[in-house]
Design a protein around this ligand. Sequence first.
Ligand SMILES: [Zn+2]
Length: 482
Amino acid sequence: MKEKKFFISSSIPYVNAEPHLGHAQEFIEADIIARYRRLMDDTVFFLSGTDDNAQKNVQAAESAGIPVADYVNKHAKEFIDLEKRLNISNDYFIQTSVDPRHRDGAQKLWRACKPEDIYKKSYKGMYCLGCEEFKTEADLVNGECPEHPGKKLEEVEEENYFFKLSNYQSKLKNLVESDELQIIPQTRKNEVLSFINSGLEDFSISRSVARTKGWGIPVPDDETQTMYVWFDALSNYITALGYSDDGADYEKFWKESNERVHVIGKGISRFHTIYWPAMLLSTGVRLPSKVFVHGYITVGGQKMSKTIGNVIDPNVVIDEYGADAFRYYMARHISPFDDGDFTMEKFKEVYNANLANGLGNLSARIMKMAQDNLDEPVKVDNYGYTFQDGYIDESLSEYKINMAMEYIWSKIGDLDREITEKRPFSLLKESPETAKEIIVNLVLNLYRVGCMLQPFLPETADLIINATRINKKPENLFPRKD
Ligand SMILES: [Zn+2]
């Protein structure tokens, strides 16, 4: 098979608050795909990072009473630490206020836009600081931003640069309709198409330096203007690869890659499927090939919010249950496409049922029988490293991460049933050869489960695979929680 070059990114979160469940979900989803593609022998570049240049970071730093740079660095570190704790296998982490290639690259991208696509005009509108976006009447529900209810919109009047999005309406429509720019799932694709069909308005791509207080990337050749944070943020996907000086990674993973995938939340779909592709069309830079849009996580059926006080820190869950248990929940019990719900009660329930009493117990039972009755480790095939499972392949190529997990758990269920039905332990005295055969087969299938789990629960997968290699019962994979 010819080697494929595969680029995947998570979105870059604002650093005006601590990482929450939704960030963790996105990192895990992107990580599962990245790990899977590496197992498929693709050459992968997995990018993650933080969006430091937003105005709301400036505001948050001001109210915290510390310099903006210190503020964003402190919070960026929380994201870096969370990714480490979750075993996220990103190849690079871009901090947009720190990486000099980002500033150069964003300015290069601005200059590369066709001159007729950028113009200056005076504008008055309602700005949602939460979204970092001007809102039209059609966007609002009861006069409020639906993403940020209860937060006042700011009336802003100033002279800004605008991007002529209307120039790209029919091109964008064709790209999305034909799946040349594929939007997953279909429901999000439909939303984007109906938004395009409703008519695209030009959007502002700069702010006055007075309003941004000088934080952000200066517009080339105009010291009165700072780049609009979205123009700056979206460019991270190529600046991190070295777009500014045509670096080797940019050549390999963008210009010549087979796939370029963005993993994002539904709230920022418009930016990634309309604004970003239009900017790239203007500059002649290649487009992403796929945008995978996930839903939001509610807690006990409610939107997470500081006011309600239901925000769950992923670190607290990892402290008690470990990274793989958390990855398990996100991969299997949160829909990759629709909104999903999280509560500690539900988490504990499925943890005990499917990890402690499920996978953990099964691995211990099989390997205990093997350790006690087999003279040497079972010779395994090369199943996991060529990863020839059609169902998992199909599910993950459609980003149906939860379907792949259901399938693996059906295999785990099969193994449980096999033990119950064939009762190898009761055959050991009468027909030891038959009992051993059954045990060997159980170990082989457990090994296969371990291989299949590699992209999803990497640590557990390694422990299971290793246990079959050394013929030893793994200790305490998932201790029961009372
Ligand atoms: Zn908003």
